[in-house]
Ligand binder design. Structure first.
Ligand code: HDE
Length: 714
């Protein structure tokens, strides 16, 4: 075990630093934690073969005692997550705005660790819950660690951190029976948000398909709060951070999400791990929306209000660098589970705004880490250490690993020449808080500039495509149908009535309720606790529709890279027919996955075999992006396979590309879409350049026209 040496100073990169803690047991003898070799790992020490056992058995005691303490408290929110290592490469010198060293030069690389998560579910819950996704990045910059802890949704449910425990208690499983797991579709959540109109905007996002991503690799990330960038002269600019995925932004449908949770509740975790493992490194560009402090009050919304976004039409997103995730953790617990993120962890050049939600987070994260990771020394854990050196007079505490040399642990001192000395003494650069002028009364209150709760919820809805709008209507209908108390359903319809009439009518229709014309009295009562004259007149918005808010209309970079296409086969399939599409898919970086009625050897029509990893027993259409049925002499076997038809029916229902190669089209007769015409993604009796047509259709992600034409439920 290589744990000796100058850990903090030796690491040029995080990988090098972490490798000093790695242990590889290959070709090593089993030992106790004290390094004593063990020759029997099966039998405890006993008197005679039939016992009793002896307490002097230190080998047994150590093994069990360690096991008994293996679990630490899971995160109170965002418990379910997965992580990866990567690197950030800066596109250009950003020193005009920020003196942060990792943004100082074109091509500068900074190692990082990222953790994605869902919010509500426990650590073992399904990946495909309808929920926001956490997007936490720890940059190991050469001037210390910077944590950018965001979500895949640019706004938040609440405006003040004081409400956070209530929000989480409402969305987590209900306390009396701990039901439901990882789901907002229950009474307490909708009770809470129906009384908190400020949640309306984020609820719209969660009810959209953003709440059920196709892949963690295909999600945007947002810093949510307004932060500040500070340059070397101390000049501040407001900033919102964005992560733009190079694979585009895509989701699954709700019906798929529910089924994926059954077939593979680790779907997102597996997808990320496999992509990185196979060298398909996911990439995002870091974007910033920069606003001069002079413009702080020029918008119809308050920059400090975390329930508001800045439409990209008002302030464009400038892309300043690229993140590549290129390495899976070696050990989930040591790295992903012990990673401790904290929005208060900033570096020189970055500072906080006065957003009251952000201000509250600055307390909560370090506090929770001290509890969750068992003490104040959790920053010494390998995953949490900075790559630059740490010197200070902090000492001792549980699990201290640093061996601080010398007699002094105080400042000022003369014995150690005043060391460690304060930065700047020798011209070093140091973190300095932005010198902001603040003057005011000490009060518990909320600004009236935070009182408009619906304008941006409407902006979001208006920016969606017809299919996306329908999915939002379906999601509200599903969630509110799961709410048992009719008064809560009605009250939420009151909120929807403030956002969009058609949305409210559709959802009310699905719930068998009347359309309310105004907010419920109880909602107004609670809103008035923050804004006594609520509802206040909403300011006129600058933008009524924003392209960036729609996944469908904003899919600029259509690509099939890393998409998984299921090739449905059985013995006797034509290899030539498989290869005809496989080659074209692989050219575009997509994956052909052969699925047969058994794993093991697959016999080709032309002779020869291939080893198959997947069968109808373990796979399902919802785990794939598109379907292909190659030609061959396997049709009779397929015609007998119920799961084969389930593949087809579900793929059609979920608007996926399905291609029947020449001669296989008669199988359609047994599907529920047998009387449907070929569409942009239903390719029948293909020949010639069909592979190119297939790729083109796959680029569109889904054939949504099929859904609007047939009203297939999402
Ligand atoms: Fe968090 N949040 N949060 N949150 N949050 C935590 O910290 C909290 C908020 C977010 O991958 C906890 O280490 C408060 C907004 C992510 O390890 C905890 C408030 C955003 C993660 C906590 C918020 C987030 C957390 C639980 C309101 C989007 C996972 C365990 C003031 C910008 C980090 C932990 C990881 C985790 C508190 C609001 C995102 C309890 C008090 C807004 C991605 O400290």
């Amino acid at each position: 075990m290589k744990t000796k040496g100058k850990l903090a100073t030796a690491a040029d990169t995080k990988k090098e630093q972490l490798s000093q803690f790695e242990v590889n047991a290959t070709d090593r003898v089993l030992t106790t934690n004290d390094g004593v070799a063990i020759n029997d790992n099966n039998n405890s020490l006993k008197i005679g073969e039939r016992g009793p056992s002896l307490t002097e058995d230190f080998i047994f005691r150590e093994k069990l005692a360690h096991f008994d303490r293996e679990r630490i408290p899971e995160r109170v929110v965002h418990a379910r997550g997965t992580g990866a290592h990567g690197v950030f490469e800066c596109y250009e010198d950003l020193s005009e705005y920020s003196c942060a060293s990792f943004l100082s030069a074109k091509g500068k690389k900074t190692p990082l660790f990222l953790r994605f998560s869902t919010v509500a579910g426990f650590r073992g819950s399904t990946d495909l819950a309808r929920d926001a996704r956490g997007f936490s990045v720890k940059f190991y910059t050469d001037e210390g660690n910077f944590d950018l802890i965001g979500n895949n949704i640019p706004v938040f449910f609440i405006q003040d951190a004081m409400n956070f425990p209530d929000l989480i208690h409402a969305v987590k499983p209900e306390p009396h029976n701990e039901i439901p797991q990882a789901a907002s579709a229950h009474d307490t959540f909708w009770d809470f948000v129906s009384l908190m109109p400020e949640a309306a905007h984020m609820v719209m996002w969660v009810m959209s398909d953003r709440g059920i991503p196709r892949s963690l690799r295909m999600m945007e990330g947002f810093g949510v709060h307004t932060f500040k960038l500070i340059n070397k002269d101390g000049v501040a600019h407001f900033v919102k951070f964005h992560w733009k995925p190079l694979l585009g932004v895509h989701s699954v449908t709700w019906n798929e999400a529910q089924k994926i949770s059954g077939y593979n509740s680790d779907f997102h975790r597996q997808d990320l791990y496999d992509a990185i493992d196979s060298g398909n490194f996911p990439e995002w560009e870091l974007g910033v929306q920069i606003v001069s402090t002079a413009d702080e009050h020029k918008f119809s919304f308050d920059l400090l209000d975390p329930t508001k976004l800045i439409p990209e039409e008002l302030v464009p997103v400038k892309r300043i660098g690229k993140m590549t995730l290129n390495r899976n953790p070696e050990n989930f617990f040591a790295e992903t589970e012990q990673a401790a993120f904290h929005p208060g962890r900033v570096v020189r050049g970055i500072d906080f705004s006065n957003d009251p939600l952000l201000q509250g987070r600055l307390f909560s994260y370090s506090d929770t880490q001290i509890y969750r990771l068992g003490g104040a020394n959790h920053q010494e854990l390998p995953i949490n250490r900075p790559v630059n050196s740490v010197y200070n007079n902090q000492r001792d505490g549980a699990m201290r690993t640093t061996i601080s040399k010398g007699e002094t642990a105080y400042f000022p001192n003369s014995i150690n020449n005043g060391c460690p000395y304060q930065a700047m003494l020798k011209g070093e650069k140091a973190f300095t808080s932005h010198e902001e002028q603040v003057d005011g009364k000490k009060i518990r209150a909320r600004s009236n500039s935070f009182a408009d709760h619906f304008t941006q919820a409407t902006l979001f809805f208006n920016s969606q495509s017809p299919v996306e709008k329908q999915h939002i209507i379906n999601a509200f209908s599903f969630e509110l149908s799961k709410v048992n108390r009719v008064d809560i359903r009605k009250r939420y319809l009151g909120i929807l009535s403030q956002i969009d009439t058609n949305l409210t009518e559709q959802v009310a229709g699905n719930l068998g309720l009347d359309v309310p014309s105004k907010l419920d009295d109880l909602t107004v009562h609670f809103a008035q606790q923050n804004h006594p004259n609520y509802p206040l007149k909403a300011p006129k918005p600058e933008v009524l529709k924003s392209v960036a808010l729609s996944m469908e209309t904003n899919s600029d970079k259509a690509t099939i890279a890393t998409r998984k296409v299921a090739f449905l086969v059985a013995d006797g399939v034509s290899k030539a027919s498989i290869d005809a599409l496989k080659k074209e898919l692989e050219k575009g970086g997509a994956q052909a996955c052969i699925i047969s009625n058994k794993v093991g050897e697959l016999l080709f029509m032309e002779g020869g075999t291939e080893n198959v990893q997947h069968s109808y027993l373990t796979e399902a259409s919802v785990l794939y992006d598109a379907i292909y049925i190659p030609s061959g002499k396997h049709l009779e076997v397929l015609a007998e396979e119920a799961d084969f038809f389930q593949f087809l029916n579900e793929a059609y229902r979920h608007c996926k590309v399905i291609c029947f190669a020449k001669g296989t089209e008669k199988l359609i007769e047994h599907t529920y879409f047998s009387n449907k015409k070929a569409d942009a993604g239903l390719l029948i009796n293909t020949s010639g350049d069909f592979a190119k047509t297939f790729v083109q259709a796959l680029k569109a992600h889904r054939i949504w026209d099929r859904e609007t034409a047939r009203k297939v439920p999402s």
